[in-house]
Design a protein around this ligand. Structure first.
Ligand code: ADP
Length: 312
């Protein structure tokens, strides 16, 4: 236990990937969305931990990027799912905002466009996969095609088991291509969602975030929870498990996702690429230039010397 605390910094008692990962018999019905599993501190300690982890996350991503510049093909894909107002956007802003923007690729998936509709549902997803060296973020994802599409009855028949297998295969191929998939579902309670929706209607600067259809989805809460449970049961695999994150406390959800990303990248162990040049030869060349420059600075400029002579 002490080793784990030392490894994850003050506050974490258990590695979040262990405590938040969907295991056999996982039951969403008994899930406490206001808990802070594995972390023994409160909001202040959580926010302090996020700030510390931000530096580490940024450094790890830079290493991954450097590795890709030397021919590496690895990347990370963070898949975010959750009901409206669960905080998916906040994760992109607050967690990935700590990383060099050039190293992050955020993509949101809404109602498919006419062009997207003409293709298989994984078409738009494959095109959005992160390039080597980046952390990709999917704000909603291919899972919408077994969540909203199922709850709203947007396709005929009962293709869900077939889609789960298809998704599993797709994620395996993605991993084989060097992209580590980190799947996080942010779960809030209906009461918390109500409070967040009400807040959006209170202030003009939040109106743009409010969508009247959010209320319709809310009315089908139980259907959504049933669809989520099936997703967790059928698509949590050893190489791409689901992490179900209590998200009533925004700071905890952000901390958990940050730690999951840091742990994932730490396990990937990216390394600075070796130089493609002779370091000592380059240092010697640069040293010679610096000496030349220092000598020139010590010498009074020829023009000034001339001027002084004239004035005498
Ligand atoms: P958000 O609610 O994430 O801030 P939007 O307001 O653009 O973003 O909403 C996106 C909407 O698109 C959500 O209601 C979501 O359920 C819906 N959506 C996403 N993917 C699909 C899909 N494949 N089919 C139908 N609707 C989808």
């Amino acid at each position: 236990m002490a080793l784990r605390i030392a490894r994850h910094g003050r506050g974490w008692q258990v590695r979040p990937s262990d405590i938040l990962r969907v295991g056999p018999g996982f039951d969403l019905g008994g899930f406490d969305t206001s808990a802070t599993p594995g972390f023994d501190g409160g909001k202040a300690a959580g926010e302090a931990a996020i700030a510390t982890l931000g530096g580490r996350l940024s450094e790890l991503q830079e290493k991954l990027y450097a590795e890709s510049r030397a021919g590496g093909s690895r990347a990370v894909l963070l898949v975010l799912q959750g009901m409206d107002t669960s905080g998916k956007g906040g994760i992109s802003r607050h967690v990935l905002g700590m990383v060099d923007p050039q190293g992050v690729q955020v993509r949101s998936f809404g109602v498919p466009t006419p062009e997207e509709r003409r293709h298989h549902y994984l078409w738009r997803i494959r095109r959005a996969l992160p390039r080597a060296g980046r952390i990709g973020v999917f704000d909603r994802s291919h899972y919408e095609d077994v969540l909203v599409v199922r709850v709203d009855g947007l396709v005929d028949g009962d293709p869900w088991l077939e889609r789960y297998r298809e998704i599993e295969r797709f994620e395996r191929q993605t991993e084989e291509a060097g992209i580590t998939v980190v799947k996080c579902a942010l779960m809030i309670s209906p009461d918390e969602q109500l409070a967040r929706l009400a807040e959006r209607l209170e202030r003009p600067e939040k109106f743009w975030k409010y969508n009247p259809s959010d209320i319709d989805a809310r009315e089908r809460w139980d259907d959504y929870m049933h669809a989520y449970q099936d997703v967790f049961d059928h698509t949590s695999t050893p190489s791409a498990p689901w992490h179900v994150i209590p998200a009533d406390r925004k700071w905890y959800a952000r901390l958990a996702v940050t730690q999951l990303l840091v742990d994932t990248l730490t396990d990937m162990n990216p390394s600075w690429p070796p130089p493609g040049f002779d370091v000592s030869a380059e240092r010697a060349r640069l040293g010679a230039l610096l000496t030349e420059r220092a000598d020139a600075d010590r010498e009074p400029p020829a023009s000034r010397r001339k001027g002084r002579r004239k004035g005498r």
